[in-house]
Design a protein. Structure first.
Length: 217
């Protein structure tokens, strides 16, 4: 079956950057750039008409910042997945972005391959964070006081036990010892978790859990 095309819009006040990014994405199968915008006000005005699946948005833009635009878009267009782009890997920028509703945060000096991968990941409903700040993001979200038990509709109690262990950075051997089960059983549970959460690695699984407030440590 032919894969649906991911419609992407780019919002960045740096014209050479957004046009270069458009040109890079034009070579990717299954991705179509449908709009280029220079500031947040343009995004708010035109996004509803264009209807992208994924929005790549600079965090620092004139008139309306990327964070402020994201907050407003999450209310008016909750189905649009937003990836924040920034020259910063500072922790406060990352948290502001994710708390405003962004599905991803990438540093601009990253590779084009990373941006393409992030687009595909968030289009599939997953979260993506630049590797330099992943550990900090996980620790901050895990400290959030709100706990949601909606995971019970997706995971078993044992799978949540495994996910909690993953959030602590434990290896398969350590998880097996902690829960008094075999390493093979741990691997089977992890595979099941990945399948149910539609993720491909441990970081994505834990990010999904903490963004949904399933984990507090």
């Amino acid at each position: 079956m032919e894969r649906e095309t991911i419609r992407v819009a780019i919002a960045d006040d740096n014209q050479p950057f957004r046009e270069t990014l458009r040109d890079v994405l034009s070579y990717e199968l299954g991705i179509e750039v449908v709009a280029l915008w220079g500031h947040g006000a343009e995004v708010l005005e035109h996004l509803g008409t264009v209807g992208p699946d994924v929005l790549l948005m600079d965090i620092n833009m004139p008139l309306v910042s990327g964070v402020e635009a994201t907050k407003r878009l999450q209310q008016a267009h909750p189905n649009v997945r937003i990836i924040m782009l920034s020259i910063h890997d500072e922790e406060s920028y990352v948290l502001d972005s994710l708390k405003s509703g962004a599905s991803g945060y990438l540093v601009k000096d990253g590779s084009s391959v990373g941006i393409v991968r992030a687009i595909r990941e968030v289009a599939a409903g997953r979260a993506v964070v630049h590797p330099q700040v992943t550990d900090f993001v996980l620790s901050q979200f895990q400290q959030a006081p709100k706990v949601d038990d909606s995971w019970r509709h997706i995971l078993t109690v044992r799978e949540m036990d495994i996910l909690k262990e993953l959030a602590q950075g434990k290896s398969n051997d350590e998880i097996a010892a902690s829960l008094h089960i075999t390493v093979k059983t741990v691997k089977n549970h992890i595979s099941s978790i990945f399948s149910k959460l539609y993720v491909t690695d441990r970081t994505q699984a834990v990010l999904t859990a903490v963004k949904n407030h399933w984990l507090v440590v």
